[in-house]
Design a protein around this ligand. Sequence first.
Ligand code: S3P
Length: 179
Amino acid sequence: MHNDRHLVNIALIGFMGTGKTSVGRVVAEHLHFEYLDTDELIQAQTGRSITDIFARDGEPAFRALEQKIVEELARRAKTVISTGGGLPVNPLNLASLKTHALVVSLWSSPEKIWERVRHQSHRPLLHDKDPQAKIRELLAARAPFYKQADVLLNTDLRSVREVAQQVVHQFRLETSSHR
Ligand code: S3P
């Protein structure tokens, strides 16, 4: 796995509402790493909200910004990177993250995802007349990409703390045995 990889970061990938942000923050705190979120970086660089970028420029423009941010992340070290749910669909993004980060995929059932996101409104892809169907459809289409991570963790029945502990454990395992 590690021939041409230098694992100095952790990247969390997975669908909206799988716990990337909450888990990422706990992992970063635990390892004394910096915490970054690709959506936040895009918003900081453009001075615009994700919803506004989707509404006025469209999804392809958002995906281009996302790819640019991912390229910049290769310069980072000791960072936990939480990524937007659609980011790994672009194979260049996943390939780039894998050069410097242990890629951990957080997985949840569509039901659990719906439970977590139903009272939030900042995700343009779920502004749909049937958001539950949209979750099922997108999740099925993206599953093959999420499965390309180094580590897969189901977050349905685990607390944020438990998932974070698993991530830290996997990172320590990988980085201690390959130096
Ligand atoms: C998206 C997920 C969002 C955000 C954007 C698109 C997606 O990030 O990047 O709304 O395509 O699944 P979160 O997964 O952090 O909600």
